[in-house]
Structures are given as C-alpha cells and as structure tokens.
Ligand binder design. Structure first.
Ligand code: URA
Length: 210
C-alpha cells in the first residue's frame, strides 16, 4: 500500500526539477528532463506491485522466478501535458496499455469539460496510473478520475511532477483512495491558477508553444 502522498525526494529528481524550473531551460532540455523524472516517479509509484512466480529454465537449472501478477497496468495521460510524463512511464512499463483523457476549462463556469477520451478495456482488473505534470486546482484531475472510475477503474494512482497544496486537498477530498506521487509540493496557487514558484505552463514549456 502506498501512502496518500509520496514526495520523491531522490537527489537526482530534485536536481533535474530545479533545472526544469529555470526559465532559461530550453524546450528540448525540459522535455528530456520530464522524461527522466517520469521514469523515476513511475518506478516509485509501482514499488508495491504484486508478484507471482513462474518456472523458468536458466542455463544451469530450473527455478521459480518472480513475475508481475495480473493484467498489464494501464497508463492514462491527461492531455496535453500528461504526454510529457507518459514517455518516461512507458520506458519503465513498455507493455502497459495506454489511454487518453482530454479536458478543457469552460471560461464561464471555470469547470473542466471532457472533449476526448479513449481508455483501455478491463480497467477494473488493471492498476491504472494517471499522469499529469501539474496538480494545480485539482479540478481537471478530479474530473478525469471521475471519468476513469466511471469506466470501471478501482486501483488508481496519480503521478505528477509538481503539486500545489490546494490541488492535493481537492484530490484527497474527492478521491481519498488514489495515492498521489509527486516530485515536489510547492507553496500556493496564484490568481491565475499557476503553481508558485512552479515552472510556468508545463504544456507550453514541453511543446514550445505560448
Ligand atoms: N498548469 C501548468 O502548466 N502550470 C501551472 O502552474 C498550473 C497548471
């Protein structure tokens, strides 16, 4: 069982995150660092996966060797910034099934609206790792988890790069059963919903848009 909140304080992760935060970090470097951190966060998020054994033949003899039990995990990327973490997650679990959820914020109601979703089958039998770099207000993450649970998922973990205390609170109130794995918890959200000190707009920084 993972705790409700895991902050991955590995020195390499913290160093890489600092490089990403700097406003001079190039698009290329930002994307590469996000990939590398995504790999370590996924490693931490899966450290209690259940094992079973299989009989194999080594060149010397047979043995009962550990292998992952159950169906392949599913990775779900919340578009578009989630795709930056998805690459690193896939490097750790190359055979994972992959889904996507697209949300935008209605500027009048300020509520998230789903515009796209495509999810793997049998979600109820899989570990589902949802990836989105920035847990800010938590509104779109909560809505995405509502949707993923409505499609049957029961064993879910949420992986992000940076979290605001406000977003963590909102997520833990709405989805207390979903552990959060993050590289850092920052100070607060500003009036525009940006994490402070943060790193700016993660999507723009990884894709080179404005
Ligand atoms: N999304 C981002 O990309 N950055 C923030 O600071 C908050 C939400």
């Amino acid at each position: 069982m993972l705790p409700p909140l895991t902050r991955v304080d590995h020195p390499l992760v913290q160093h890489k995150l600092t490089l990403m935060r700097e406003k001079t970090c190039s698009t290329r470097e930002f994307r590469l660092l996000l990939h590398e951190i995504g790999l370590v966060l996924t490693y931490e998020a899966t450290r209690d996966l259940v094992l079973t054994t299989r009989t194999i033949e080594t060149p010397l003899r047979s043995m009962e060797a550990p292998v992952l039990a159950g169906k392949k995990p599913a990775l779900v990327s919340i578009l578009r910034a989630g795709n930056g973490l998805l690459d690193g997650a896939l490097a750790v679990i190359p055979s994972a099934r992959v889904g996507f959820v697209g949300m935008y914020r209605d500027e009048e109601t300020l509520q998230p609206v789903e515009y796209y979703s495509k999810l793997p089958d049998a979600l109820e039998e899989r570990l589902v790792l949802v990836v989105d770099p920035m847990l800010a207000t938590g509104n779109s993450s909560v809505a995405a988890l509502d949707l993923i649970k409505a499609k049957g998922a029961r064993n879910i973990r949420f992986i992000c790069l940076l979290a605001a205390p406000e977003g963590i609170k909102r997520m833990q109130e709405a989805h207390p059963d979903v552990p959060i794995i993050t590289a850092a918890v920052d100070e607060f959200l500003n009036d525009h919903g940006y994490i402070v000190p943060g790193l700016g707009d993660a999507g723009d920084r990884m894709f080179g848009t404005k």
